[in-house]
Design a binder for this molecule. Structure first.
Ligand SMILES: [Zn+2]
Length: 169
């Protein structure tokens, strides 16, 4: 089921997540909904808080649905390694219509469980490392615009407030 994606301003996006203790049928349904919602929104990643579940869980597909084998489900992911730096333009399904250049690791390794509860360690470079950085931020209640400073950030927040006031957010 495609679920509504929460937007900047919703407190759920700022709530630190808790670990998934058991991959129950409800969690499997949540994972299916996250995958469907991510693809429907043409995203390359979606974290559980974005559809209202404050759990340590994200789905990602750096190919945007073009390669079935690129689909990744990460339950309770943790950082193993982060190094290098890349600066690329990125956006977020919870902040539609805005993007900015954000520093991310060039290489990143995370470890977590797949949807069958099997431990997986995944190494990412380039876009996958960026997706890891972005989604891991979501699991800590952080958003890409938190990495921006000064005028860039203020302008973005002002525009979002204006859209919110006029009921367009
Ligand atoms: Zn996002």
């Amino acid at each position: 089921m495609i679920r509504p994606i929460l937007r900047y301003g919703d407190d759920t996006l700022r709530t630190p997540t808790t670990a998934v203790t058991d991959i129950t049928p409800d969690i499997q349904t949540l994972i299916d909904d996250m995958i469907e919602t991510m693809y429907a929104a043409s995203g390359v990643g979606l974290a559980a808080p974005q559809i209202g579940a404050t759990l340590r869980l994200f789905v990602a597909d750096p190919s945007g649905g073009h390669n079935a084998e690129d689909l990744l489900v990460m339950v309770n992911p943790e950082w193993i390694e982060r190094n290098g730096e890349q600066r690329e333009d990125e956006g977020c399904l919870s902040v539609p219509g805005f993007n900015a250049t954000v520093p991310r690791p060039e290489h990143a390794t995370i470890r977590g469980l797949d949807r069958d509860g099997q431990s997986r360690t995944i190494e990412g470079t380039g876009i996958l490392a960026r997706v890891f950085g972005h989604e891991m931020d979501h699991l800590d209640g952080s958003l890409f615009l938190d990495h921006l400073r000064g005028m860039r950030r203020d302008m973005m927040i002002r525009k979002i407030r204006k859209l919110t006031r006029s009921g367009k957010w």
